[in-house]
Write a protein of this length. Structure first.
Lengths: 378, 124
């Protein structure tokens, strides 16, 4: 048994002058306060990585900086899936009695700490050094390849993909911490600058500064009892050249195992937090997870299904596409927002029922997947 | 970090030999394009080095307009493609801008950002 006992999230966008450690510390302090815990209560730390300030021992660097002497600490690296992978590990650590309160933290000054070119270049290195990187690919290009194939096989159009960007922006408008606050339309997405076709600028998440943290504990520390009900991973490949067929990707494997672990069906899900580095990522994952039929996710967006008042509200903070993406912290914001929704603290974004939530993270080029179900316990 | 075997001497386009090579496992028969000194399916070390015809079918495309280095920016827009090679493996390459999924293509080699890389054009 494990509970998410506290969450912390900074605004995403520009934090001029803040280091990765500063942003991690801000988020960690917010999470501790939210859980009603002190530094001395924390006996486990899991952190991600910073492309701006790489370090071979980031967890202990952070622990010393923040003022914690944990009995368990290390970094985790699974690209965009890192946040949920750390949460899954924290769940197992507290469940096994290794630690009582694990602080999970990610943060990076990715926007102001380095040039956009440096960020794009650093991320493109997830490609194969000999057989992919020589072609000058970028992360949008890897996903552009996947998008072209998915559109070809399932009849998805660029206008369909644009709907996801519009939805995430509409959600971000109601969150003061989001990076973007100007509404956009499908026409705006279609007219935005080509990046790696079929993906255009507004199909892509931004580069951001920000930090996110939460506490995973053996027992709940307050009235809000959000329990990790079950989770699972799948890793089918690293490089897009070696990816299996679209019908055999890891999201489907991970969700099948997570459903079995949690004893939950997709029809039980009342809130969804799904990785959305690009519009195609979100479209594919929603369909892989079973939240929409093949090729029909965009139609569900148009019908309001994933809106705040819809059947399954999705990424009500605006997601990576519009809340922002600071690396490891990026998808951790999805979990923070889920927690706020599940505990009735989402203010003007509050959905009517978030008793059971599905979270899904993706790292690499649909390489690494983590699916997780959270439930509000009584 | 290169993942090729340290003693790999035969070479392919990744070290300036203008051919596309792949490996065939002598034990299980599986093919692999990313070179290693063992078969990634069964672990056997009896691998035959083979040279591909350079013909195949376009699996996916992405036209890159935003590049991240001065060397690659000089080439934008460039079309990155995944091609299913006739012998039975998939590879990344460059290709004509008007290629679409399903096109039958053939490889030549062109300069790109200080190297020579495979480039696919439509079979006529």
């Amino acid at each position: 048994m494990s509970f998410i006992t506290g969450v912390g999230l900074t605004s995403y966008g520009k934090h001029e002058g803040s280091s990765s450690l500063d942003l991690m510390s801000q988020a960690a302090a917010l999470a501790l306060a939210d859980a009603g815990l002190k530094r001395a209560d924390i006996d486990g730390i899991l952190c991600g990585y910073s492309t701006v300030s790489p370090h071979i021992m980031l967890a202990t660097v952070f622990a010393e900086h923040f003022g914690i002497r944990p009995s368990y600490a290390h970094a985790v690296q699974v690209g965009g899936a890192t946040g949920l992978a750390m949460t899954m590990l924290a769940h197992h650590l507290v469940d096994a009695g290794v630690a009582r309160h694990v602080l999970v933290v990610g943060g990076e000054n990715r926007l102001t700490g380095q040039s956009r070119d440096a960020s794009i270049l650093a991320l493109a290195q997830v490609g194969h050094p000999d057989y992919e990187v020589p072609f000058g690919p970028t992360i949008p290009a890897y996903y552009g390849l996947v998008a072209s194939r998915y559109m070809h096989e399932y009849g998805v159009t660029e206008q369909d993909l644009a709907e996801f960007a519009v939805l995430m922006r509409a959600h971000a408008l109601t969150h003061p911490g989001a990076q973007f606050h100007d509404p956009i339309t499908v026409a705006d997405v279609m007219a935005s600058k080509p990046v790696a076709l079929p993906l255009k600028l507004l199909d892509c998440c931004p580069v951001s500064d920000g930090g996110a943290a939460f506490l995973v504990s053996r027992e709940s520390t307050g009235e809000a009892r959000v329990r990790i009900r079950g989770c699972a991973q799948a890793h089918t490949h690293q490089h897009v050249t070696a990816a299996p067929a679209l019908s055999e990707l890891g999201a489907e494997i991970a969700i099948a195992k997570a459903k079995a672990a949690a004893g939950v069906a997709i029809s039980d899900v009342r809130y969804a937090a799904v990785y959305d580095s690009f519009t195609i990522t979100l479209a594919m994952l929603l369909e892989d997870l079973g939240l929409a039929k093949r090729g029909e996710a965009a139609a569900r967006v148009r019908s309001g299904y994933f809106g705040r008042d819809g059947e399954v509200p999705l990424n009500t903070h605006g997601g990576l596409l519009s809340y922002g993406h600071c690396g490891v912290g990026g998808a951790m914001a999805h979990l923070v927002e889920t927690h706020l929704q599940m505990t009735g603290r989402a203010g003007n974004r509050q959905v009517k029922d978030a008793t059971i939530a599905l979270l899904h993270g993706d790292g690499g080029v649909l390489s690494s997947h983590v699916s997780m179900f959270l439930e509000r316990a009584r | 970090m290169s993942q090729r075997p340290a003693d790999w001497t035969q070479g392919d386009w990744t070290n300036e030999v203008k051919v596309i090579r792949y490996q065939a496992c002598g034990a299980c028969g599986k093919l692999q394009y990313f070179h290693r000194n063992f078969c990634a399916v069964c672990g056997a070390t009896e691998l035959a080095e083979k040279t591909a015809s350079g013909e195949g079918t376009v699996y996916a495309t992405s036209l890159v307009a935003r590049a991240a280095t001065p060397e690659t920016r000089a080439h934008v827009p460039y079309n990155i493609v995944l091609v299913d090679i006739a012998e039975g493996f998939r590879m990344m390459a460059h290709g004509d801008r008007d290629l679409v999924i399903g096109d039958r293509v053939s490889a030549r080699f062109v300069p790109f950002a200080g190297r020579v890389v495979p480039y696919f054009e439509k079979l006529r």
